[in-house]
Design a binder for this molecule. Sequence first.
Ligand code: X8Z
Ligand code: ZN
Length: 615
Amino acid sequence: MKKFNKTFKLTTLAIVVATSLFSCAQTNKNEENTAQDLPKTLTSQDAQSFLDKVATEAVDLSVSNARAEWIYSNFITEDTSALAAEANQKSTEASVRFAMQAAEFDAIDVNPTQRRQLDFLKQSIVMPAPQDSEKSAELAKIGADLNSLYGKGSYTTKAGIKLSLGNMTSIMAESRDYNELLEMWQGWREISPPMKALYTRQAELANEGANDLGYNDLGAMWRSNYDMPADEFAKELDRLWGQVKPLYDDLHCYVRSELGKHYGEDKVPQDQPIPAHLLGNMWAQSWGNIYPLVAPENADPGYDITKQLAAHNYDEITMVKGAEKFFTSLGFDALPETFWTRSLFTNPADRDVICHASAWNLDAKDDLRIKMCIQKTGEEFSVIHHELGHNFYQRAYKDQPIFFQNSANDGFHEAIGDTIALSVTPKYLKKIGLIDNIPDESKDIGLLMKKALDKVAFIPFGLLVDQWRWKVYSGEITPENYNEAWWELREKYQGVAAPVARDANAFDPGAKYHVPGGVPYSRYFLAHIQQFEFHRALCEISGNTDSIHRCSIYNNKDAGKALNTMLAMGSSQPWQQAYKVLTGNEQMDATAILDYFAPLQTWLKNKNQGKQCGF
Ligand code: X8Z
Ligand code: ZN
């Protein structure tokens, strides 16, 4: 048998974001029955029996693996971490075995559906382990340790107050005190230096795993999952970014100048990148929280969702019920009763949990859950829609063969809930009683500004996280340069800079969940392009006559049906086909987001006249 080493993910069986959960486990018995019993001359029928057998094994084993992971993420201790690592190691090893066996069919004439399933087995591994049980155990332990370092992270202030990331997130959102923001920004980043050695070793091991599978490095393997050659995918991202960059530059220019007015141009020099702690978010990845600082005069829509939620006594559950109602209004079935009893909605006071929001399907059927330390803010109301988008997608494709119970490409999964949240417009908020008056069209610039701070500002961040990782995996960025290279990319793409000099070993990328969590990030970049295309298409289907940013598809069963048709396809077809079903296009395109923000861009250009833009 050819030496082929690869792990396999069963995305739907578990958390959508955490790679370690996607796998399936192995027993010695299985090894005997599958790997060594393959006949010498293989046929399409053998491929089918192999796929059937793997599917059965995978489902059984994934459920127990997902449970171990769920318990660990809800209760981080040395013991749950060890159990999760053990389950993960077994899964990864089994995935390697399946991948090797799938490769045996490379030269065999199989039907297109079988080929697609075999390809998934061969290429969809996020952290492939080398074929050496010591190394696969080491890789699994590193993954769990990195997750624990992040999940247990906290900062004790100079005044002696212990703050969780949630506490610090609120301060970053609300404080306008330069020094307080700086303390939070630096304080949270104390969690990441201990990650550096672990991350370095993880990259070595996973690269070795990727090499065994025939890839130059892990980044090349990640890029191979988009139904196009890996190099073309990288170019595709550059092309899309090229489309959005002029709009981003206009937004950046205006925001920098307003921040300069607020904090002083000595603190925010007008010819340099913006200090990263002043943008309302721990990672400067979305800027909606500084809306009050940059709100356009005479165009404020006059409401703040956070305040409206409080005024109407929304709690965490009511917020989730509200988001669920949007989906049911489109014709989707309500979430199962177990969703409400098994999910985690609030940060427990007595134990460490992984608070970063995630959506799970533990049994590939109907055991849907979210795990999220909900804060009662407008921002989190959107995140809840995002998470439920994962759950409704998981349920929509549950009748596909197990290998196709997945996102058409990983951007789709991230885009669905966000697409729905784009329909959380003033008209909708009035309909559900959260606001009393719909602001007139003269307030559109305010509405668009808030959305652009959330969505347009995110796009370069969505791109750069994996630009950094791809270069780490290819060896272009070495451990000595990890941090310097990170900040070069932050400046190049986002035009933001570290507010204070950073130590070479600070490992600032580790302070962002998806880096220690081992979750690829290009998916969020894609999602931010795709969701505007999905929104535009659904609005057309719903017969919308408003401006696109005022369109809400709430209650529209035709839109719901069209969305469901795309979701139900899972990954059974190349993603271009799923895209076409809803948008009519086979290629992603940023014109939908550009059109959406066109009035704002005109406004920004006018405001920026005479200003020194660029960074
Ligand atoms: O991680 C997430 C989701 C879970 S898949 C909450 N997001 C990215 C992030 O928080 O960095 C959503 C937007 C980008
Ligand atoms: Zn997500």
